[in-house]
Design a protein around this ligand. Sequence first.
Ligand SMILES: *Cc1c(COP(=O)(O)O)cnc(C)c1O
Length: 456
Amino acid sequence: MYKMKTKKFILAESQMPTAWYNVAADMPNKPQPYLDPRTRRPVTKDDLSMLLAEELAAQELSTERYIEIPEEVQAVYRIWRPAPLVRAEALERALDTPARIYFKNESVSPVGSHKPNSAVPQAYYNARQGIRRLTTETGAGQWGSALAFAGRHFGLDVEVYMVRVSYDQKPYRRLMMQTWGASCYASPTDRTASGRAALAAEPDCRGSLGLAISEAVEAALQDPAGTRYCLGSVLNHVLLHQTVIGEEAIRQMEMADDEPDVVIGCIGGGSNFGGIAFPFLRRNLCEGKRTRLVAVEPASCPKLTRGRFAYDYGDVAGYTPLVPMYTLGHEFQPAAIHAGGLRYHGAGALISRLLRDGLIEAQAVPQSETMRAGLLFAQCEGIIPAPESTHAIAAAIREAQAARIEGRPRTILFNLSGTGVIDLYAYEQYLAGRLTDSEPTDAEIARTVEGLGLLH
Ligand SMILES: *Cc1c(COP(=O)(O)O)cnc(C)c1O
């Protein structure tokens, strides 16, 4: 008799995690400190507090193992959390694999991605400190829309500097931000000195993420009493907030009476990968488990597989502290792939240290393979994945194929970081056969990492 298998593993709201996990507590080697670019001294909590809410600055440097999720944050999480864990059975059948494939569905948030897991606590801690306005930058609009959504819940004004090209070409996330009441400006603007300088040099300037960061930072520093800046990835506190994903997934894998051999996530700055992987890493470090943890990057932006472990700026313009990270150099210009959220030149300090110490793995996948994987996933499981998330799917499929070839079953868990419904343009290009693959040459990478001192 056909035994009906459970498709989705759903936690009750009462089973939602009440603490985030801070991997820094258990790392054998802690990341090197951020450095002030002028003095080369380690950045302190007071330095960070000029830009970020104090509690977030404290979390950035914390080595406490668990940090409680405030009740007010849990209340907003409950709009969409706990997120389902889903068995991708139709995908398994299509691949004719003995592997069991599960995914954590983070696309169910109102924003369509994992990003509000951090936007909500960031807005909360700012509001609690009496801050009235948040500034941030956004490329394709994923982070900007998450912060707009979060800011609304705590009565904050949110000001988003959106790269001009995306502002013009991708109106839908801008409209999401405006629907949630945020102000969204096409960067460069005439609201800041850096924006005005860019416009003076080039009146038709189409903007860049680096420039948008400069504008958002400058706008925050203009009003030290009432405004702070927020960042959507890379920083330790952002990865901390995202661990709610992995904490739920551990409970849900228990419900499924299964245990992942490998946990996979795509990587831009590292927040959705760290979010799902770090709680499993805790079990490796503290309970002797041996789950493989795989971060998947685009072959066109291969910071983990081909970058240098060095101190580098977090932004193109060189305004941020120096971060110890795997980087392609802050001036590296990746190809214009559709997975815009994975085009960042470096990986956060925690991810980079863990890769350096062999505690996580990295893989690079070309764009056409990722979109092929995304299409197969959509046709089997129904959900159209974000172009970023298709990187994790492609790596999961590689694992499932290896399981078939080796005749060895295994359990695969990947993070579905977001929906692709607002990024259908990528699918249009793929279906029309217009997607290309590109990889930087060694010479190109050598040029942008030149001068970055090696770390150990
Ligand atoms: C922003 C984004 C990413 C990449 O950022 P990380 O911080 O590395 O997670 C991946 N997937 C989606 C859907 C995103 O919006």
